[in-house]
Ligand binder design. Structure first.
Ligand code: AHR
Length: 359
């Protein structure tokens, strides 16, 4: 081959290599686009296959409530196969009724209702039933004439929680040589199962143990209201032995009021009884500010997932599912408590327990 022939061959080789690179790049773009299109189609199909769930939450009034919302959102994620519509009702029943009606209009597969109060649900639950949408009641209960209006309920035994707290308090009073107790109560939202159950337990126990309930006012389950109510009590009564708070947020507010009034916390001053056992609540137990904290576990999103799976496959479900709760104190000086025939060990709060708390 002469010199010019060699040059031509080189150019041809260069052009062939360049052409192949171009084809490979174009093919690559094609593959990338195909992949994207396929992925998008996959997403749509996935969306269609997701189980849609409308959740009407009470609000965000407490640490407990925030923990409960996180539990539901985690359990009903798209990754787990759900399309969750989450509605915060800001503690208003009318908002909850509106949300349920919009869930019905959207034709969701299931409705979860965490009701702010027990009564006033008959009409809207009948609408859900007529639309063949199963309703799962979470946390607080509903009182309806026809129980077939909802499928099942999941939550805590609030009366039993109150009895546990009072049984502990009775043993604590005896240990500290207190023959009589003057108690003020900071109640939760009026008409909510948690308020009704914990109040009845206190009233029954006061009769049984001979305690005096000086006053009962609404603290709406919030810290600000808890502090405000305690300030009123401190201005009115100078012989308070115990403040019985319907949740940790109220207890934290009450503690601030007691400290601001330069009163002592504990058996020589005012002892604080509380419910929830949130991270902040348990920290206050460890600091000796809350005497006893009865757990109300908000982490039951995965329990509701199990119920929905059973319903999806046509299996039967119970009418009620109870979540179990522990009892926490600073020490084990009272090792166990009883409610009826049942007995629980008291858990001593440690740094490790506080660190592991999810809410
Ligand atoms: O219904 C459960 C109660 O509601 C919790 O004890 C309280 O913290 C919440 O707001």
């Amino acid at each position: 081959m002469d010199k010019s022939g060699k040059k031509r061959k080189k150019w041809v080789e260069i052009l062939v290599v360049a052409g192949s690179i171009c084809l490979a790049v174009l093919a690559g773009i094609g593959v990338a686009n195909d992949d994207k299109i396929l992925k998008d189609v996959g997403k749509d199909e996935q969306k269609e296959n997701l189980i849609s769930v409308g959740f009407s939450q009470v609000g965000a009034e407490s640490g407990w409530r925030t923990g409960n919302s996180v539990s539901i959102k985690d359990a009903f994620s798209a990754k787990n196969g759900y399309a969750l519509i989450f509605k915060d009702a800001q503690q208003q029943q009318e908002q909850q009724i509106k949300s349920i009606r919009s869930f019905i209009q959207q034709g969701v597969n299931y409705i979860i209702l965490a009701p702010v109060v027990e009564t006033g649900w008959d009409t809207v639950l009948k609408e859900a039933k007529d639309a063949h949408i199963p309703v799962i009641i979470a946390d607080r209960k509903v009182k309806v004439k026809d129980e077939s209006l909802y499928t099942t309920w999941v939550g805590a035994d609030f009366y039993q929680e109150g009895i546990k707290a009072c049984n502990w308090l009775n043993k604590y009073a005896k240990k500290n040589g207190k023959k009589r107790l003057n108690i003020v109560q900071i109640q939760g939202t009026q008409g909510a199962t948690a308020q009704l159950g914990r109040t009845k337990a206190l009233e029954d126990s006061a009769k049984e143990y001979g305690w005096t309930i000086l006053d009962q006012k609404n603290g709406e389950f919030t810290q600000a209201k808890g502090q405000e109510v305690m300030e009123m009590y401190l201005a009115q009564y100078d012989d308070i032995d115990v403040v019985y708070c319907d949740n940790d947020n109220e207890a934290l507010g009450a503690i601030t009021a007691i400290k601001n009034a330069d009163k002592k916390l504990g058996p020589e001053g005012i002892s604080v009884v509380s419910f929830d056992a949130s991270e902040e609540g348990l920290q206050a137990v460890k600091n000796g500010e809350i005497a006893v904290d009865v757990e109300c576990n908000p982490d039951f999103g995965s329990e509701i997932v199990k119920i929905i799976k059973r319903l999806k496959y046509g299996r039967s479900v119970d009418k009620e599912y109870y979540i179990t709760d522990k009892v926490f104190a600073k020490t084990k000086e009272i090792p166990s408590i009883e409610a009826g025939k049942l007995k629980w060990d008291v858990v001593q709060v440690t740094e490790d327990i506080i660190k592991k708390r999810r809410y």
